[in-house]
Design a protein around this ligand. Structure first.
Ligand code: GH3
Ligand code: MG
Ligand code: MG
Length: 483
């Protein structure tokens, strides 16, 4: 650093000493000799600092307060001139106020030496200042890195605590809030099934109809923009509302699209709605990238888990629930029935003379019939009803909050639908009929699940023995028996 233009101040030096000093000061420096009070004023206003030449004869006349006021300015360096023999010189030098001591008479060499020393010290201070600033920047950076690590850790921990995709996405909206001002996080995930790409869209619940269709359009375009084929079908899932969620719905204008992939192929994307979307720096974008890697793993696990679970719960041939899933669901529904004191009915369907279908048209034709009957059940029943394949050519349906007489009407409809379906297999056409048994539970009934199944089975047996292609109810049967 060039220090040659720093001011040189004389502290009330005698005219003789001042001229001696000025004469030997290397140019462009000139001595600016001032009275004590004028010097004090100058020190206060000139913040860039400089050199102050002080004679011992003057210094010893100053009060400790004056001395302290003068030397309070850190950017100024004080040099002592021993213009008289005085024991206080040593004392002054020991106090650490002065950078160096110059003896009289002053000459060029002494002055040059003192200036050199001053320059060295000031450049040393400059270095220390720069180093300190660097250290404090490093510390700030480390603190920020620490925050980022804590954020990623929290995100990963929470994401691995659940296997429900909607919960992962809702938690992630909360955790991303630590990094940026997040309004909400939406998601789109896609997978290929039977050669077609199907998507699942995660949307908040608080959208108007119009907004929802805007978002659906937007989300369906995301896979295409990421190089995927057109989406053929999609389903919408609702995101859970987190406690500190903002009420205003997300806006399409300010979003960050974060693709999620394991390997090179993206399988989904998070859409982060944030007012800061356009102003994110490299630093936060990098952290978002790491977050995406963590979330990709958690989301993929949860989507795979759901798929595996669905496979385990469903029958491979008809794609409706299997016996195991039915058993579990029946227990749940019966508990709910007892808690809410409502009605519940069970329907048992058995195809008539099915063995002869296999014998006449082949096993594959039989399989096709079972698949079609499964579809008829799915199409005809309400969302709350639960159809399952009980085994072989037998199906069951749990009908919550349904009286036996209501179940009978539904069963008649199903029987008629199955009976009028024309099955086609390898140019052959045929029809199949079904027999149905129904059993119901009245509010407060304490029948166990096995009892309900037994009753439905009994009603089914009655339908079979009474000529097939008919519906029988266990309660009606009981009434008949009582008369
Ligand atoms: P019923 O009217 O008394 O019910 O006569 P049914 O022939 O339907 O009854 P049965 O119990 O004698 O025969 C059931 C047949 O269902 C026997 C079996 O080969 C056939 N079956 C069971 N599971 C499957 C399957 O997964 N695929 C095919 N194609 N047939 C099946
Ligand atoms: Mg059978
Ligand atoms: Mg049968």
């Amino acid at each position: 650093m060039d220090t040659s233009n720093r001011p040189c101040l004389g502290l009330a030096l005698s005219p003789e000493l001042a001229s001696q000093l000025d004469e030997h000061l290397p140019r462009p420096r000139i001595l600016n000799n001032r009275s004590i009070s004028a010097a004090q004023e100058f020190l206060e206003t000139a913040s860039q600092g400089g050199l102050v030449f002080v004679a011992i004869s003057v210094w010893k006349t100053l009060t400790p307060d004056d001395r302290q006021r003068l030397t309070a300015h850190q950017s100024w360096q004080f040099l002592l001139i021993a213009d008289q023999q005085d024991s206080q010189v040593l004392e002054c030098m020991a106090s650490g106020t002065f950078l160096t001591l110059m003896t009289c008479p002053l000459d060029e060499a002494k002055i040059a030496h003192a200036l050199g020393q001053a320059e060295e010290v000031s450049s040393m201070y400059q270095d220390i200042f720069l180093m300190a600033r660097e250290i404090s920047l490093e510390r700030e950076l480390l603190a920020r890195k620490n925050d980022q690590l804590a954020f990623l850790n929290q995100l990963l921990t929470k994401a691995s605590q659940t296997l429900d995709p909607a919960v992962i996405l809702s938690n992630c909206a909360e955790d991303l809030g630590l990094l940026l001002d997040v309004q909400s996080v939406l998601g789109v995930f896609w997978a290929d099934t039977e050669g077609q790409t199907e998507a699942e869209l995660f949307l908040p619940e608080n959208l108007t109809q119009e907004r929802q269709s805007e978002w659906i359009n937007h989300l369906l375009n995301v896979p295409t923009r990421l190089g995927k084929n057109e989406i053929r079908g999609y389903q919408v899932s609702s995101l859970l509302r987190s406690e500190n969620a903002q009420d205003n719905p997300p806006e399409l204008e300010q979003i960050i699209t974060l693709p999620l992939s394991l390997g090179s192929e993206p399988f989904g994307a998070l859409i982060i709605c944030s007012h800061e979307a356009a102003t994110l720096g490299q630093d936060r974008l990098r952290v978002l990238g790491s977050a995406a890697n963590h979330l990709a793993l958690a989301m993929r696990n949860s989507l795979e888990f759901r798929k595996t679970k669905a496979r385990a719960d469903h029958d491979g041939l008809t794609r409706i629930s299997n016996r195991q899933h039915f058993d579990m669901r029946l227990r749940e529904e019966m508990k709910r029935h007892q808690r809410h004191q409502d009605e519940l009915s069970l329907m048992m369907i058995d195809l008539d003379y099915f063995k002869s279908i296999n014998d006449t048209y082949g096993h594959q034709a039989g399989d096709m019939v079972l698949r079609e009957v499964g579809k008829v059940l799915q199409k005809t029943l309400r969302e709350s009803d639960f159809p399952a394949r009980y085994g072989g050519e037998e199906f069951v349906v749990i009908l919550p909050q349904t009286r036996e007489d209501q179940a009978w009407i539904l069963a008649e409809r199903l029987r008629a639908l199955i009976g009028k379906t024309l099955f086609r297999f390898q140019k052959k056409r045929f029809r199949v009929t079904a027999s149905i048994g129904i059993a119901g539970l009245k509010p407060g009934a304490l029948t166990p699940p096995e009892g309900l199944i037994f009753n439905a089975d009994k009603a089914l047996y009655l339908a079979k023995t009474s000529g097939r292609n008919m519906v029988c109810c266990s309660a009606i049967e009981e009434n008949l028996a009582a008369h």
